[in-house]
Design a binder for this molecule. Sequence first.
Ligand code: DAH
Length: 339
Amino acid sequence: MLEKIKQLLEEVNSLQAVSPEQVEALRIKYLSKKGEISKLMDEFRNVPAEMKKEVGMRINELKNTATERINQLKSSAAAKETIADDLDLTRTAYPIPLGTRHPLTIVKNEIVDIFSRLGFTLAEGPEVEDDWHVYSSMNFADDHPARDMQDTFFVEAHPDIILRSHTSSVQARVMERTQPPIRVICPGRVYRNEAISARAHCFFHQVEGLYIDKNVSFRDLKQVLLLFAQEMFGPDTKIRMRPSYFPFTEPSAEMDVSCTICGGKGCSLCKGAGWLEILGCGMVDPAVLEANGIDSTVYSGYAFGMGIERIANLKYQVKDLRMFSENDVRFLEEFTAAN
Ligand code: DAH
């Protein structure tokens, strides 16, 4: 009898079950009224008196071990079952969350796309530039305030190697290696030594446009920019030019578009004006053409430059410029549909 109990104890200790059904079968086999342990109880009657104490203790031990083991198997089978219930077998094996394009990339692509349909080709230049391409060749006077360290990041002081503060430097890069006709669109990152706030950042993005050929006039500039504004902001968009000043264009203008929210009636976005400023432009100053090796008596041209963040703000009403560089996934995911 003791031998039988010992054998059952070993069995019970190594019991295994995966499903609740298997656990129940084990319970019936060992713990039910007709189970192995009950059978032992029945045989207990025949145990000689002097052995009853020892055998009784062993049977109790066996019963407790079996109950404990079966309860253990019961809870782990139940836990496995809940996990199995949560499994979605139709899911792909590897969850690959798709990224989204950055809103500035979306807007940049859109701008480049519109101008490439008008025959402009892409041109790029370095972000670490020399003074000549950023300022001198663009007709900035030696004492122009933009050259100041308050605006410009210096990498090396003599000769001046700087982070470009506008993409107009790419105009110079293109002119020095190409003779007209020139028709380029130049997107890129620019840097300015500004305190970072909701409305200013030490780096941002611009797109520069340059068109040089014979007989290019201000009319051509206006027509191309009107077309751009209507493609970008909708067919009812109007534009207006206000006289302005840039060292590299003469005459120069700033261009506004009719408000993208109220259409011109006046609202909080346009502060009641009905117009929103979006870019600077003008006819390339003959001094710039000459400085870059193009005969200004034969050729004329126009140029324009705009901030990508500015256009993105108008399209998507992003209130804080810092959002563009913080990589907050919740912000980026808002542009999934615009991809
Ligand atoms: N470079 C100017 C800026 O950073 C923008 C600009 C204005 C570019 C007029 C041009 C232009 O090409 O013609 O503010």
